[in-house]
Design a protein around this ligand. Structure first.
Ligand code: GDP
Ligand code: IMO
Ligand code: MG
Length: 425
């Protein structure tokens, strides 16, 4: 029987703990494939007392007998990529032999990064809060049909193509008030491109179909989260790719009928980094307590993450848009010791209560809360306390999808799998 592509994706605003879950389930898969985003992602894995943060490389890289594929939907900065490879090699990880890169993946140029910075600086207060990795400008060139792809580095006229794109970017700098310097980054980038040639560059969609034909199980690893999706997120405060399950089809070249499970990852609360609406955001001691207990600082930029209560209308929306078949609840331990845990069940917008996401959350959505009983310390070796089970049941009934994985600490081992039946709504 042909293999299936299961999808793991963020059901909130990113940083839900996707990397940890992919690492936990990776031994069940032959291939782990990133399908969108780029080094704006920061996926943290902790095991054997060591922490690793991955930006471009899939989170199956620490497991034996697992292929790791950087799919066509991903955008790659060769400098960041090589830095990541070197860090892993220094840690004794054999990266090269099990890593494949799609020829169709687009390249992030130093000028893309400079354009990202120029655009954000010009926007001032209205900035997106981008990670400044050049993501937006690179996807703009992709859809504008000007981009450079990994496969282009194998062409004899690569430098001509590179110079033509840079010339276009230089003209673009003309529309910006702020013009960051980028020339000093060029040689390092060109050197990194040279080294990229030594990796397995493949026609990944064909390779992947061959694996599926042989019956291999594939896991598609999402980056960012549903509310940062270019179509369904809190536009314009979003990233520039489809972070949702449909993105796995376009970002890997597989049809919807190949998709198996869709696993939505969410934190027991909410966080967001960067600008944009966030109805349940806390500006008080409770928010500070979550940031501290959850160590909520960006894995890529180090920025403090904005923290707030769980938002069920948003989670339900994510379940709908992605076709989520099961959920993983992360960081339940972070809420330990709170007497009461709040959950947003609906929004009040201009006096009207609604439990679905409006066109524009930025126009002011006041959360309507349910208060649930908090819990004490959690331990993966013990059954979940009844208060956590009650919290989970409340979520399952509101969203209509079972919570199968519960994470109670950052380490690989701090993970519980629940037996779940279907959830009545
Ligand atoms: P990703 O981008 O979705 O992979 O998530 P990040 O790695 O950016 O952020 C998740 C953070 O939470 C990382 O620092 C993880 O080590 C940490 N983490 C993941 N699961 C848990 C958990 O259950 N409890 C705690 N306390 N930390 C966790
Ligand atoms: P992972 O995969 C959280 C946010 C940025 C900004 C917006 C646009 O680790 O969950 P971009 O650089 O993509 O143009 O920034 O998206 N953002 C993320 N937030 N986790 C991420 O990735 C993110 N990647 C981008 O903060 O608000
Ligand atoms: Mg992250």
């Amino acid at each position: 029987m042909a293999g299936k592509v299961d999808v793991i994706l963020g059901a909130q605003w990113g940083d839900e703990g996707k990397g940890k879950v992919v690492d936990v389930v990776a031994p069940d898969y032959a291939v782990i494939a990133r399908f969108q985003g780029g080094p704006n992602a920061g996926h943290t894995l902790i095991f054997d007392g060591k922490k690793h943060v991955l930006h471009t490389i899939p989170s199956g890289v620490f497991r034996k007998n697992v292929w790791n594929l950087v799919g066509n939907g991903v955008v790659i900065d060769p400098v960041i990529f090589l830095h990541e490879v070197k860090g892993l090699e220094q840690a004794g990880v054999d990266v090269r032999s099990k890593l494949l890169i799609s020829r169709r993946a687009h390249l992030i140029l130093p000028t893309h990064r400079a354009l990202d910075a120029a655009s954000e600086a010009d926007k001032g207060e209205a900035k997106i809060g981008s990670t400044l990795k050049g993501i937006g400008p690179t996807y703009m060139d992709k859809t504008g049909r000007n981009g450079l792809r990994v496969g282009d580095i194998e062409r004899p006229d690569f430098m001509d193509r590179y110079r033509a794109l840079v010339a276009k970017h230089e003209r673009l700098f003309g529309i910006h008030v702020n013009k960051p310097e980028w020339r000093s980054k060029e040689q390092e980038w060109l050197d990194a491109v040279q080294m990229l040639r030594d990796f397995h560059l493949v026609d990944s969609e064909l390779w992947l179909h061959e694996q599926l034909r042989k019956g291999s199980a594939v896991m598609a690893e999402g980056a960012q989260g549903t509310l940062l999706d270019i179509d369904f997120g809190t536009y314009p405060f979003v990233t520039s790719s489809n972070t949702i399950s449909a993105g796995a089809c376009t970002g890997l070249g597989v049809g919807p009928s190949s998709i198996g499970k869709v696993i939505g990852i969410f934190k027991a609360y909410s966080t967001r980094v960067g600008s944009g609406p966030f109805p349940t955001e806390l500006h008080d001691a409770a928010g500070e307590a979550i940031r501290k207990a959850g160590n909520e600082f960006g894995s890529t930029t180090g920025r403090p993450r904005r923290c707030g209560w769980l938002d069920l209308p948003a989670l339900r929306y994510a379940a709908l848009i992605n076709g989520i078949t099961e959920l993983a609840m992360m960081k339940a331990d972070v809420l330990s010791g709170m007497g009461t845990v709040r959950v947003c069940t609906a929004y009040k917008i201009k006096g009207q209560v609604r439990d679905s996401l409006p066109f524009d959350l930025a126009e002011g959505a006041e959360p309507v809360y349910a208060d649930l009983k908090g819990w004490g310390a959690l331990d993966a070796a013990r059954p979940l306390p009844p208060e956590v089970e009650a919290y989970i049941t409340f979520i399952e009934q509101a969203v209509g999808v079972p919570v199968r994985i519960v994470s109670v600490g950052p380490d690989r081992e701090a993970t519980l799998v629940r037996e779940v039946a279907s959830v009545p709504r």
